[in-house]
Design a binder for this molecule. Structure first.
Ligand code: DC
Length: 217
């Protein structure tokens, strides 16, 4: 069974998807982390995005693994733990550009479908309910107020030793949403049959309980 959780940046997808997966006993698949890994690899290898053959070589050699350790998601890129690095400002500011490329999307969607082929999964992202798993049994679309999202992102950044003002974060989040929803390939949008949840005034526990109850019902 697939539970799809989509929505714009910083709406609480990752934290709640992780808990929903734990409560249901499902695998948690964070597809944003996968796009962030590709972005990190592109930056490290100084690949220009119009260089299709270099990009294709990079994608062919890509080994992304998401593992749960002590209830935390650990992300490995070619064997290296990059969990913190993929959340840093440089990757965040470039990830929407990299993830708009069809070459990148095709490669990652193939991997995502493969992972979820034989196991129950909670899959979070932008295009899960529309493109990757249009037949997902349950689809949730999380939204939240811009200011609340910026506050949440600020706390995430503090945890990895970075600081940004709320005003800057609101601007960055809006810019990322704009790029993610305007791209031609698999833009961020709510599936017709998704349940929208406004998380602005909800705690993570409330978000999780809402989704878990829906699935269990
Ligand atoms: O959820 P996140 O902020 O970690 O996602 C990072 C970026 O990855 C997001 O700005 C757009 C891209 N992304 C995507 O294009 N498709 C997905 N299914 C998941 C993420």
């Amino acid at each position: 069974m697939i539970v799809a959780i989509d929505g714009p940046a910083a709406t609480g997808k990752s934290t709640s998807a992780k808990k929903v997966a734990r409560e249901l006993g499902f695998i948690h698949l964070d597809t944003g982390a996968m796009y962030r890994c590709v972005t990190l690899a592109v930056l490290r290898n100084q690949i220009t995005l119009d260089n299709e053959s270099a990009l294709s070589q990079l994608l062919d050699g890509l080994d992304i693994r998401l593992k749960k350790l002590d209830d935390e998601l650990v992300v490995y890129l070619n064997g290296e733990d990059v969990s913190d690095e993929i959340r840093k400002a440089e990757v965040t500011s470039y990830v929407s550009t990299v993830s708009a490329l069809s070459q990148v999307r095709n490669a990652l969607v193939r991997i995502q479908r493969n992972i979820a082929k034989n196991q129950d999964c909670v899959v979070e992202g932008r295009d899960i309910g529309t493109i990757v798993f249009p037949d997902a049994k349950f689809k949730f679309f999380l939204v939240a107020d811009d200011f609340v999202r910026a506050q949440r992102r600020q706390l995430d950044l503090i945890a990895i030793g970075e600081e940004k003002s709320i005003a800057v974060l609101v601007e960055e989040i809006r810019q990322r949403d704009f790029l993610d929803s305007k791209r031609s390939n698999s833009p961020l949008c709510k599936a017709d049959d998704a349940i929208e949840i406004d998380t602005s005034k909800m705690t993570f526990d409330e978000q999780v309980a809402f989704m878990v109850n829906r699935v269990k019902k």
